[in-house]
Design a protein around this ligand. Structure first.
Ligand code: SAH
Length: 232
């Protein structure tokens, strides 16, 4: 069944009224939806609502909530991905795939070797849209949080305050492999990798450097491989 994200403010008692042009357009033109059709709708809190379309006009869709349940596809693990900025198309790929896998939050990090060093408001909007669409598609009920880009130092300060195991993926690490845990913060570097100084700062802050294996993965592969191994 088709699933849609609906912002909280569109909920009113047992009804949902959406004037979102994209949603109304998709219902009318793409899905050719009719009154009586049912859809799973979610507002990001973790609940899902079975909405029956009771009115569809040129500019609004009205649903009656006929059932509600706890989202059935939420991961048990809480993985926060500190992803160094990489080229936008690769970054988008990371957002989409790690959302499918069940990441809870992504913090874009400006690292010493990041070629991309800023994200425009328009790009942030696009990134949010990717997270929303990936969540709709994969059956998730909570859209991962996306922070504004922060410096590497800020990211480290942020991570040390989080619960669970904190790791930084470093291709030169020879002893420690990725640690499996329920709550995890994981740093993945940019195309050119982390500098020795960054690894030093992370380690001094109590963050463990870990290996993802003997092969050097591209940044986007490293992020996805890490999520795939950690999610439970
Ligand atoms: N340019 C570097 C590699 C960067 S790979 C080089 O050629 O040596 C991009 C990022 O992916 C790294 O910063 C690291 O976080 C992660 N990564 C890739 N392969 C890895 C591995 N085998 N072990 C740990 N981290 C890895």
């Amino acid at each position: 069944m088709q699933r849609f994200f609906i912002p909280k403010e569109d909920f009113s008692g047992d009804y949902i009224i959406s004037r979102d042009k994209a949603l109304v357009g998709q219902l009318k033109k793409v899905l050719r939806a009719k009154e009586g059709d049912k859809f799973w709708l979610f507002e990001g809190s973790g609940l899902e609502y079975l909405g029956q379309l009771i009115e569809l006009s040129a500019n609004q869709a009205k649903f009656l909530i006929i059932d509600r349940r706890q989202g059935i596809a939420e991961a048990d693990s809480q993985i926060v991905l500190y992803q160094s900025l990489i080229k936008a198309d690769k970054f988008e790929w990371v957002l989409q795939k790690t959302t499918e896998l069940g990441v809870v939050a992504v913090v874009p990090v400006i690292s010493a070797r990041s070629i991309v060093r800023q994200v425009t408001p328009a790009k942030m909007k696009r990134y949010q849209e990717i997270l929303k669409e990936a969540t709709e598609q994969c059956g998730g009920a909570v859209i991962p949080e996306l922070s504004l880009p922060v410096s590497f130092t800020e990211a480290i300060k942020h991570a040390v305050k989080q619960p669970g195991v904190k790791m930084i993926a470093w291709e030169k690490e020879e002893e420690t492999d990725l640690i499996k845990a329920k709550d995890v913060c994981i740093f993945i570097g940019p195309e050119g990798g982390f500098t020795e100084e960054e690894i030093g700062l992370a380690k001094d802050s109590g963050i463990t450097s870990v290996s993802l294996g003997k092969r050097i993965l591209r940044a986007e592969t490293a992020a996805i491989a890490t999520l795939a191994r950690l999610i439970t």
